[in-house]
Ligand binder design. Structure first.
Ligand code: AMP
Length: 552
């Protein structure tokens, strides 16, 4: 009888992959591991390696919250919360903490109790479907029984998978190469199949069963979106294209792939999550008999011919249940700009012009809108189209080569985007937190504030933009200026001034300024500025009201 694939073999491979810096070696370790697996195990093992338990695009993932995992770890080890918090602060990874805590005071699991990948899969399925009353207890029991049957290192990977925070350096691209190597698939075929399947687990399964060559786009299986390259000016956009190009308005909403199969509709987000239930009216626009398709576009909060603030959409994505009310407060429109599949015809390798024709056919009579597109050549034409887009309340342009293919998951040079750079804000850091993962042990999250008369008002929290050396320097300075330690957070003397870039300003009750910067990133540390030089609420309000997309 052949032995079932075990979790311990997978954990062992992942430990080795993590330990080597050589990409080649990572690929070869994964490839030789995959080679020995049945197709079904190759599917689950590859998914688990990237912290997923189900196919991309399925509505549920097996996830367990930190507090539940912590409770189970504490129950099993008899240790205290404060010890665990201290260990977490130091390690920045709950999986590592689980491994450390569970390796003490506990015998190794019995041989008979060895966990197979199938065992883990069925436990994860229970977790995925556990909902409603009593589900918390059930989840705890399932996690506990997994821990009781696993070695500390296996428990670590269970925690990592359940939190979705693997931090092993195994990403889809690496697995794509490993699959190609394991099953001797030519690289271009594996790349193409991966794009078409979207899900690395399904790809591993198809490769292990020798079916990769026949993989095609299928409705209800989302694929990675094509992305656009940013360019700073209309002149550069015009120079980028040799002939005429389509300048489409850049809609600020949620990127959405709409799939229709046998009259039924599903909608997938940029992260390939099923978001159909958040947008029943978009589903309704396309729910009818007719040819199957896959469309690409943007769901935009929109009423009376104008876009509404993006923030309304976020609320809608969060509050999935009260659709009626949400739909009233935040009506949306689907602006479609591409067609990847229509009926039996895979369109991704066709030129954009032809894909637009197919798109026009699908959109006709649906109630959805076709993205606005101007044919442009000169920089003046680009600039004019850009101004029109801004005047109508849109974000700018995405300019596209009419001959370009749809490069799934790539930032192809066929699409470029032009946005208006907003002003930056000079602010002072008033509180900070330790980071986690790669940033464990350093203070890398900064809450910052602007001046309101003589008071400081917080307006955002930034994690990105600084180099490791700068973060090291910040850690030192912030430790010195800490005035109060709260659990994970320290309040600091307002001394360090940073210049923050951002995408827009929105109203927010999270910060006491009443506003929040959207996508803040630190442009530089302004050692040349004192707190008295930072920006004020007046400036924030000025930028806010000059934005086309006003809140409320
Ligand atoms: P950004 O989010 O600034 O990196 O800009 C890229 C995003 O713009 C894409 O991922 C889409 O979600 C969005 N977008 C809006 N309008 C279009 C369009 N006409 N064509 C392509 N992408 C668009």
């Amino acid at each position: 009888m052949s032995r079932d694939a075990s979790l311990s073999d997978l954990a062992c491979v992942l430990e080795r992959v993590r330990a080597t810096a050589s990409k080649k070696e990572k690929v070869s370790l994964l490839a030789s591991y995959l080679k020995g697996l049945e197709p079904k195990d190759a599917e689950f093992a590859t998914r688990l390696s990237v912290g997923r338990s189900s196919e991309r695009g399925s509505a549920d993932e097996a996830r367990v919250g930190y507090s539940t995992l912590v409770e189970v770890i504490l129950d099993l080890t008899g240790r205290g919360q404060s010890q665990l918090s201290a260990a977490y602060l130091e390690q920045g990874d709950l999986g590592e903490v689980a491994q450390e805590f569970l390796s003490e005071k506990r015998a190794q699991p019995l041989f008979e109790a060895r966990l197979s990948l199938d065992d883990v899969k069925s436990a994860f399925e229970t977790l995925r479907s556990a909902k409603g009353k009593g589900s918390l207890e059930l989840r705890k029991k399932v996690v506990e029984s997994l821990f009781l049957r696993s070695s500390p290192v296996e428990a670590k990977y269970i925690v990592k998978a359940l939190t979705g925070e693997m931090r092993t350096g195994v990403v889809d691209g690496l697995l794509e190469e490993a699959i190609a190597a394991a099953y001797s698939v030519p690289k271009d075929l594996s790349a193409r199949a991966h794009m078409a399947i979207g899900d690395i687990g399904s790809m591993a399964r198809a490769a292990a069963s020798g079916e990769l060559a026949s993989v095609r786009l299928r409705p209800f299986h989302p694929v990675n979106f094509m992305l656009a390259e940013p360019l700073p000016t209309a002149e550069e956009v015009a120079a980028h294209f040799s002939g005429k190009a389509y300048a489409e308005y850049k809609y600020d909403g949620v990127r959405a792939q709409v799939h229709r199969l046998d009259g039924l509709v599903r909608i997938f987000s940029r992260r390939l999550e099923d978001i159909t239930s958040s947008f029943p009216e978009v589903e309704g626009m396309f729910r009818s008999d007719g040819r199957d398709f896959i469309l690409d576009g943007e769901i935009v909060p929109f009423a009376e011919g104008r876009p509404l603030p993006f923030q309304l959409l976020q609320r809608r994505l969060r509050r999935q249940r009260s659709f009626e009310q949400a739909a009233q407060k935040a009506p949306v429109m689907y602006f479609a700009f591409d067609a990847l599949l229509l009926g039996e015809d895979e369109l991704v390798d066709e030129p954009l012009g032809k894909r637009r024709d197919a798109l026009t056919e699908v959109i006709g009579g649906s109630g959805a809108a076709l993205a606005h597109s101007d044919l442009v050549g000169s920089s003046e034409e680009v600039a004019e189209s850009f101004r029109r887009s801004r005047d109508l309340g849109f974000e700018g342009l995405v300019v596209k080569d009419p001959e370009s293919r749809y490069s799934m998951g790539r930032r192809g040079s066929g699409w470029v985007k032009l946005k208006e750079e907003l002003d930056t804000i000079d602010a002072v850091i008033v509180a900070a937190e330790y980071g986690n993962g790669k940033r464990a042990g350093v203070i890398s999250d900064y809450t910052f504030a602007v001046l309101d008369g003589g008071e400081l008002r917080t307006i955002g929290k930034a994690y990105s933009g600084l180099t490791d050396a700068e973060i090291g320097e910040m850690t030192k300075r912030l430790k010195e200026s800490t005035v109060k330690n709260q659990r994970y957070r320290m309040v600091v003397r307002p001394e360090i001034v940073i210049e923050v870039a951002f995408d827009s300003i929105q109203r927010s009750d999270r910060h006491d300024s009443g506003y929040a910067l959207r996508f803040p990133r630190i442009k530089r540390i302004r050692t040349d500025k004192a707190v008295s030089d930072i920006d004020t609420m007046e400036k924030v309000e000025r930028i806010f009201s000059s934005q086309k997309l006003k809140v409320e």
